[in-house]
Design a protein around this ligand. Structure first.
Ligand code: AHR
Length: 669
């Protein structure tokens, strides 16, 4: 089967992938269900139309579940700077493992590095030597290995950039290799031979390794068979092929690009606050060369991060995705402690410096740091969230006002987000947006499609920066969760006169470190799949800047239907589509009469129907069945202003109808 995508514009490569998944959309129809009749009336007149916000749907990235370290950030070495064990040496150096035993090698940590914020290095005292008959080294040599984050994905023919710092007053003969998890399969190798002089002060070396095989559970080995003492620091292995060449794992970043997010909220969530102040994400420690970054313990989600994915990289990711960055700043309040009020000015100063880093002149103090990092042009930072969920804290508002006043004085155009909910009454402090987090059961999420119906139309707008069905309904990402969330998002579209932005949470989970369920994208070292909630978001990716049309959907004694109508324009092809979305959250097949009035342009006779459903509400995708619950697209031949369609039980369906008598055809070989 082949689609003529040139005719169909950007509707979209994702849908092409899911087409392959074929006929399972009809599974539900095999089980006879009761039928419910319903009507769906759309007022598509220009008088009733309303333009929806440009940045309505985006993404929220938090360093949770190893989303970044061991995930989106493509660095393969875990604890590359040996700092994870703390500053007091000797320290533990997990997950590095010694190769050899105490009679042939001793491994420990030392505070010996010249890198200012990053002093700990690894010390290998090699006691064996192949030239010494009394203590020869084992045949594979001795040294250390790093398993990465639950195995490194090394692929045949791919090139990996290796950087490491070496110090030794002895001559050395080191082998740096990528191998299988037991060391038996050698995928790539590089040898470093040097006399006593060459590494007598810390020296950075860089080389490429090209793999001759594929193994998704590989490790990096640094071994030798030569007696002497060698210190190692800042050992990095990065795939050379990353998303837009900026260090993001390509498969994962592409999944983000596919849902066309208009904003990227980062770095958390609770991660942005830290459980303890000392462990919070502080942007200044995450910029500059990666070797200089101290890294920090993510004490909210309990793992170390080398901060390869730092402030600069978040801004870069937003730019690469065509999304606006939304920076969640530390407002002085962590989960378990907070700053002494006397320290508040320095926190405010820190944020102003951060804004200068993001968008200041290339010559400015912090703009020049950005420039040195390779980005002289300012990033488009226009949104700042003053914290995450601290509104209930007694110091929140006082702190908030200090940040708000200072930011607005220096950057009047900056949109400031409070985390006090303003949906039920007026806020008692100034803000451009207020943040709302919605975590609830599926049925409650579906009913929350009305959450903003009664909200005042004056005052700051709402930003639902975290929403997800959680608890039993959610499993690890079920169909029912996705359907309930679709209903919720339709309510947000209807209220998008006062609802400015929304994003689901969390975005990613490394399957080896599930801290929070459910998540939109699941991955391990080499594979990835979207949960039904991820695929549900594909139905909303054209809503940004689209034109909303009021509509009513009615079915007697069947409160399980919600719908939404909009027109959107594919700017690449200049084609316009009327998009009708219907969620059927009940068990009946719905015989739906759709009627569109007020259109100023004609509907072409063709169109596309996309459906997300499955045989059970609890159905999930998995590594074994990644496409169990994914959208399935079929062409419809008789589109028009009135249409009778069958809507499957427990489904999300959309109809994309081409407007202005443009030719929409699908060629099937
Ligand atoms: O999304 C997971 C967590 O839920 C976020 O860190 C926090 O903001 C919320 O409580």
């Amino acid at each position: 089967m082949r689609l003529n995508w040139a005719l169909y514009g950007s509707l979209s490569c994702t849908l092409m992938v899911v087409l392959i998944c074929g006929a399972f959309a009809f599974r539900l129809t095999k089980t006879p269900s009761a039928t419910q009749s319903a009507t769906f009336n759309v007022d598509a007149s220009s008088q009733s139309a309303r333009v929806m916000p440009d940045n309505l749907f985006g993404i929220f990235f938090e360093e949770i579940n190893h989303a970044g370290a061991g995930g989106l950030w493509a660095e393969l070495v875990s604890n590359r700077g040996f700092e994870a064990g703390g500053k007091n040496t000797p320290s533990i150096f997990d997950p590095w493992v010694k190769i050899g035993n105490d009679s042939n090698i001793l491994v420990s940590t030392d505070r010996i590095s010249t890198l200012e914020r990053n002093e700990v290095a690894l010390k290998m005292e090699v006691l064996c030597d192949n030239d010494d008959n009394s203590n020869p080294c084992p045949s594979q040599g001795v040294g250390v290995y790093n398993p990465g984050f639950w195995g490194m994905n090394i692929e045949d023919g791919q090139v990996y950039n290796v950087v490491l710092y070496i110090l030794s007053v002895d001559s050395i003969d080191l082998s740096v290799s990528l191998t299988s998890s037991d060391g038996s399969q050698n995928l790539a190798q590089h040898t470093i031979e040097a006399d006593e002089q060459e590494f007598s002060s810390w020296t950075r070396i860089e080389f490429e390794l090209e793999s001759s095989g594929t193994n998704s559970n590989s490790r990096l080995q640094i071994t030798t068979s030569k007696c002497g003492t060698i210190w190692l620091d800042q050992v990095s292995v990065m795939p050379s092929d990353t998303f837009m060449g900026h260090g993001f794992r390509k498969d994962l970043a592409s999944m983000l690009a596919d849902i066309k997010p208009r904003f990227l909220r980062f770095p958390g969530g609770s991660y942005s606050q830290g459980r303890r102040l000392a462990n919070a994400f502080r942007w200044k420690s995450t910029v500059g060369s990666w070797e200089q970054r101290p890294g920090h313990f993510n004490d909210v989600w309990n793992y170390w991060t080398d901060d390869g994915l730092g402030f600069f990289e978040f801004l870069q990711l937003a730019e690469d995705l065509g999304a606006l960055p939304v920076w969640v700043i530390h407002n002085g309040i962590s989960l378990n402690d907070q700053i002494n009020p006397s320290s508040l000015p320095s926190f405010v100063e820190d944020v102003l410096d951060g804004i200068e880093f993001a968008r200041g002149d290339p010559e400015s103090t912090w703009g020049s740091v950005r420039t040195e990092m390779g980005h002289p042009n300012p990033f488009e930072l226009k949104f700042i969230s003053i914290g995450n969920q601290e509104c209930g804290n007694k110091n929140y508002k006082a702190n908030y006002l200090k940040f708000y006043t200072a930011i607005k004085a220096a950057y009047p155009d900056m949109k400031v987000v409070t985390n006090c909910d303003g949906s039920n009454g007026q806020l008692d402090h100034p803000a451009d947006l207020y943040d709302v987090h919605v975590y609830t059961s599926a049925s409650d999420m579906f009913s929350k499609s009305q959450l903003f119906d009664k909200t005042s139309r004056n005052g700051p707008k709402a930003f639902v920066s975290e929403y997800a069905v959680t608890g039993n309904d959610a499993g690890k990402g079920t169909l029912v969760a996705a359907l309930a969330e679709a209903g919720f998002l339709m309510g947000l579209e209807r209220n998008s006169d006062i609802l400015e932005m929304a994003s689901c949470a969390p975005l990613f989970v490394n399957n080896n470190d599930r801290r929070f369920n459910p998540d939109a994208i699941v991955f391990n070292s080499s594979m990835q799949f979207g949960t039904p909630s991820y695929w549900m978001q594909q139905f909303f990716k054209y809503s940004n800047s689209a034109t909303y049309h009021p509509s009513t959907i009615q079915a007697s004694n069947y409160p399980s239907l919600l719908a939404s109508a909009l027109t959107w324009e594919d700017t690449d092809s200049n084609r316009k589509y009327l998009k009708l979305k219907i969620v059927n959250y009940g068990s009946k097949v719905v015989s739906l009469k759709m009627s569109i009035s007020g259109l100023e342009t004609k509907i072409s006779s063709g169109g596309l129907k996309t459906i997300l459903t499955s045989s059970k509400l609890s159905d999930e995708n998995s590594f074994e069945e990644p496409n169990k619950v994914v959208p399935v697209m079929t062409n419809i031949s008789r589109a028009g202003e009135t249409m009778s369609v069958a809507i499957a039980p427990y489904s999300l369906t959309s109809f994309d109808l081409l407007l202005e008598s443009q030719d929409l055809r699908i060629f099937i070989d």
